[in-house]
Ligand binder design. Structure first.
Ligand code: ZN
Length: 431
């Protein structure tokens, strides 16, 4: 490829459009391309009259087409004057709009960079040889992502976002359980906001012929056990079946079980047992390989494997053993029950938790009773998968990465657009 061809490629123009072309390699490694286009003999856009060349205006355009190399186009833009109405106007050009200092291609490169959650606005600016303010301006101008239609199965989850310009510590992610597409991001998870949001959708999409709105599409809603989510959906989508996300139920259980372990540690006078409860808490986890090769433990002064340690702990702390067994029983129930038998099994489990007299489980017991129907509902299978938010949790991790990389997301509107833009493959910029 000749240099001339190479240059016309990076400028996205045809060789026959070029009148003059000069490439300069600067001492700092950057590249300057001086260019003048062929006279197109434009006619007046206002009166169709004949024109003459009025002059040339040099324009300096950032053209970030290379990685690791700044590139500037010095474009001598021709200006015409109409012979009839005397109006002056610019020749059309393939690089940019009037009054802008960067090329279309640079904008597209910036917008494509921002599609990756790990690329910050600052990094995109650096990669494309423009200022961060410019990157933000381009993003705000070209990325506006509308809410998607509400899906059949809606997952709802919250995300810690303390620095936004809304009076709220959490934002709320709405996702299509079946496709994994993010429907929308809300600035607040509070009941008043959700009520406003849903009523707005209802009024906007209500049909007086069918007496339905878009909200009637929702057949299932998967939520964490938040009372406000439940009551809002009960009033706005009365036909939707509400499911308690199993991940959050297990999270609650794990937290309470951990409290039992910590109580044992606090109350034991034996420093070796206290040490085992901290150092080997892994033996109390679910699905741990306990039958490993025994290793010498200095504090116990003998060879012991993880199962041995578990046995020691259970012997000294019968309540911990009981709490562990209940926890494991709930996990087994969660993994194996079906929609048909979950209600009966859950009733039996609630009784066992209540009978255990473990104070740390009191609250969990209340939660299970309070959310019984929603937990049973969560055993519903749609498209071969049990309804849960694990999908959205993985999206949440991507959001977390996005937010960690951004030095403060104060502007919620921008944050929302960025989350949708990065996490939904199909969402794109507009020109
Ligand atoms: Zn004219």
């Amino acid at each position: 490829m000749s240099l001339h061809q190479f240059i016309t490629n990076i400028l996205n123009i045809k060789p026959e459009q070029i009148q003059d072309l000069l490439t300069l390699n600067q001492s700092d490694g950057s590249m300057v391309i001086k260019i003048r286009l062929v006279d197109a003999h434009c006619i007046c856009p206002y009166c169709n009259g004949q024109t003459h060349i009025h002059g040339y205006y040099p324009r300096k355009l950032t053209h970030s087409t290379f990685i690791n190399r700044a590139c500037t186009i010095l474009y001598l833009q021709r200006r015409y004057r109409c012979n009839t109405c005397q109006i002056t106007f610019n020749e059309p050009n393939p690089f940019t709009h009037s009054h802008e200092s960067i090329t279309h291609e640079t904008k597209i490169n910036i917008l494509q960079d921002l599609k990756h959650p790990e690329i910050t606005y600052t990094l995109a600016a650096k990669r494309n040889y423009v200022s961060k303010a410019m990157v933000l301006r381009i993003f705000d101008r070209h990325v506006h992502i509308a809410r998607k239609p509400l899906p059949k199965v809606l997952s709802l989850d919250e995300h810690y976002l303390p620095d936004s310009d809304y009076e709220s510590l959490y934002c709320c992610l709405l996702m299509d359980f079946v496709t994994g597409v993010i429907i929308d991001v809300l600035p607040d998870r509070k009941k008043s906001y959700l009520l406003y949001y849903l009523s707005h959708i209802k009024h906007e999409t209500y049909s007086y012929e069918t007496h339905t709105s878009e909200l009637d599409r929702i057949q299932y809603v998967s939520i964490d056990m938040s009372e406000s989510f439940r009551s809002v959906f009960q009033s706005y989508c009365p036909k939707a079946i509400i499911c308690a996300d199993s991940f959050h139920v297990l999270q609650h259980l794990t937290k309470d079980f951990n409290a039992v372990r910590l109580k044992c540690r606090r109350e034991t006078p034996d420093p070796v047992l206290a040490y085992l409860l901290m150092k080997f808490k892994v033996v109390l986890n679910h699905n741990v390989q306990l039958d490993n090769v025994a290793r010498y433990n200095k504090r116990l002064k003998r060879y012991i494997n993880l199962r041995g340690i578990q046995t020691v702990l259970f012997k000294h702390f019968p309540e911990l053993k009981k709490a562990y067994e209940l926890k494991e029983e709930y996990i087994a129930f969660n993994e194996t029950a079906s929609f048909e038998n979950a209600g009966r099994k859950l009733d039996a489990l609630i009784l066992k938790f209540a009978d255990s007299q473990i104070r740390e489980y009191d609250e969990f017991c209340i939660v299970l009773s309070n959310w019984k129907q929603e937990i049973v509902n969560s055993f519903t299978v749609v498209n071969g998968r049990r309804i849960n938010n694990s999908h959205i949790e993985s999206k949440n991790r991507q959001v977390q990465r996005l937010l960690n990389n951004a030095n403060g997301f104060r502007n919620f509107k921008r944050t929302r657009n960025r989350i949708l833009y990065c996490l939904n493959k199909e969402d794109t910029y507009t020109f």
